[in-house]
Design a protein around this ligand. Structure first.
Ligand SMILES: Cc1cc2nc3c(=O)[nH]c(=O)nc-3n(C[C@H](O)[C@H](O)[C@H](O)COP(=O)(O)OP(=O)(O)OC[C@H]3O[C@@H](n4cnc5c(N)ncnc54)[C@H](O)[C@@H]3O)c2cc1C
Length: 500
């Protein structure tokens, strides 16, 4: 226990990680593998898993192939499906945390309420609900898709039925024979709607706009395939590489109007095959470019909608009145249960209000509605802070773990540099960060992601893409080399000195 931290009633560690989703667990494993042991991982919940612990709705699964949606340094030959379901992914993450000795480092039930950088000691002071800690380096792995976005529905508080968000599924509520209204038709809704439709008496799906849906290739993995992957790891690795390359090819397709147009034809043909009723088909035909919102994959969602007891309504909700949900056309929809599949607050992250940098301003104040970071990872004015899956690191076409692993490499490279050059503090230069963000913005301009004619969770308050990396993973790897010249350093001997 460090004396200074102890004086404040807390402990000091070299590195504090926040969160135990893929980001926090992945960083902790790599730190352990590199020989670090002086670190703590704060997790506000009582289990590891992040979104895979919290999302337990029926049908919850990844929509990228599991062999790609896993750490490259912990391959899992045992995936039972090409796209594993939530319990299997959660079990994988728990196993990773246990097997690689991460669990003893985790402080469960510790909510980081405030983190402040102290320039005189070059340390972060973290206030958790269970006490004060200090750390030289803070790694933020608090995720982007875990703060439910609650719609502002007039009268919601008067709703006399049961209401819950899809990411906080209420398993005590019996859906059989009930009138269920679902608000939203995004990636979660397309997974649970086909699961609950057979149970309920009536199902109304209220969508703001129709979504692009492509058929899903999910299938069970044969025992033989599993055995081959287990016995011959290089086969699994070639398989992963093939999945990676196939997804990389999607980038030029989505980026360019012609490729997007061709994919739209595939989706429209699929819709026409599945939905015969022209009126319903019109309601399910998107009015924006494919890729503008996350492309949904399901071979069961569209098939569910033409059933007699299922209704699809377009238009925002005007109000909730008693046990009815009223849409703007004045139509009232009876509801025993209201499921909010309204996604997550992605650009106004709670953690950004809690982190105070060099001059005391929070990340949120610094960003002023436009989250940005150098290499998606470090922020000028916030020394020794590493954001995992920070601004512009999510992917629309592939596994975000590929991006995450690159960021962890960046963290490890920085740590190595710290040790070799007696560095105590490091932050990106303002102009380097600004230049990087300019290049990201230029790459986002005129793509389906920013100019596709829709409002999506990729965009911040100003309409800037703050979430997605606007290109292939390969490009991110090129853009995220650790180059000391990009940073300002403080060394042990004093302040402001910059090693060459
Ligand atoms: C249903 C669903 C399906 C998805 N499918 C895919 C997919 O197929 N492919 C893909 O690439 N991505 C997918 N994603 C995206 C997913 O968000 C990422 O892949 C990844 O899991 C994010 O991991 P994370 O560790 O960054 O964040 P999270 O998993 O959100 O973990 C963050 C952790 O931080 C903790 N935490 C937050 N704030 C604090 C605090 N102040 N103090 C202490 N602890 C805190 C939380 O409790 C949580 O455990 C999916 C997301 C969802 C919700």
């Amino acid at each position: 226990v460090d004396n200074r931290a102890a004086a404040e009633g807390g402990r000091h560690v070299r590195i504090a990680i926040i969160g135990t989703g893929f980001a926090g667990v992945g960083a902790a494993i790599r730190l352990r593998q590199t020989g670090y042991s002086d670190f703590v991982v704060f997790e506000r919940a009582e289990d590891v898993g992040g979104v895979w612990r919290d999302n337990t709705y029926p049908g919850c699964a990844c929509d990228v192939e599991s062999h790609l949606y896993a750490f490259s340094f912990v391959p899992n030959p045992g995936w039972s499906r090409t796209h594993a379901r939530q319990p299997e992914i959660l079990a994988y993450l728990r196993d990773c945390a246990a097997r690689f000795g991460v669990l003893p480092h985790v402080a469960f039930g510790h909510d980081v309420e405030d983190a402040r950088y102290d320039e005189s000691s070059h340390r972060w002071r973290l206030r958790t609900n269970r006490g004060i800690w200090t750390a030289d380096i803070v790694v933020v792995g608090t995720g982007v898709l875990n703060e439910p976005a609650m719609p502002d529905l007039p009268g919601l508080e008067t709703f006399s039925g049961v209401v819950f968000h899809s990411s906080r599924w209420d398993h005590r509520t019996e859906l059989s024979g009930k009138h269920v209204v679902v608000i939203g038709n995004g990636a979660s809704a397309v997974q649970f709607v086909p699961e609950i439709a057979p149970l309920v008496a009536a199902l109304t799906i209220i969508q703001r706009s129709a979504a692009w849906v492509l058929p899903h290739r999910d299938r069970a993995i044969t025992d033989r395939h599993m055995q081959v992957c287990a016995r011959l790891p290089w086969v699994a690795s070639v398989w992963r590489q093939w999945l990676y390359l196939r997804r990389e090819l999607l980038v030029p397709v989505i980026r360019h109007a012609l490729g997007g147009w061709a994919l739209e034809r595939v989706a429209l043909r699929y819709l026409a095959q599945v939905v015969r009723d022209p009126d319903l088909r019109t309601r399910l035909t998107p009015t924006f470019r494919m890729g503008c919102k996350r492309i949904l994959v399901s071979s069961r969602y569209l098939q569910t909608l033409p059933q007699r007891h299922v209704r699809v309504v377009t238009g925002p909700v005007r109000e909730v009145r008693g046990q009815r949900v009223v849409t703007t056309d004045g139509v009232e929809h009876a509801a025993d249960v209201l499921i909010l599949a309204t996604g997550f607050a992605t650009t106004d992250l709670p953690i950004a209000r809690r982190i105070h940098g060099r001059i005391g301003r929070t990340l949120r104040e610094t960003w002023a509605g436009r989250p940005q970071a150098f290499q998606g990872t470090t922020v000028h004015g916030f020394p020794n802070l590493f954001l995992l899956l920070g601004p512009n690191t999510y992917l629309a076409h592939s596994s975000v773990l590929l991006m995450l692993e690159r960021q962890i490499d960046l963290l490890l490279a920085a740590l190595r540099y710290f040790e070799q050059h007696s560095v105590t503090a490091m932050e990106p230069r303002a102009e380097t960060q600004a230049d990087y963000v300019r290049r990201v913005d230029a790459a986002s301009a005129r793509t389906a992601w920013t100019a596709g004619g829709c409002m999506s969770w990729y965009l911040d308050d100003t309409g800037r893409n703050a979430v997605l990396w606007p290109g292939a993973v390969r490009g991110f790897r090129r853009a995220t080399r650790f180059r000391p010249a990009d940073y300002a350093f403080t060394r042990d001997s004093g302040t402001g000195a910059e090693p060459r």
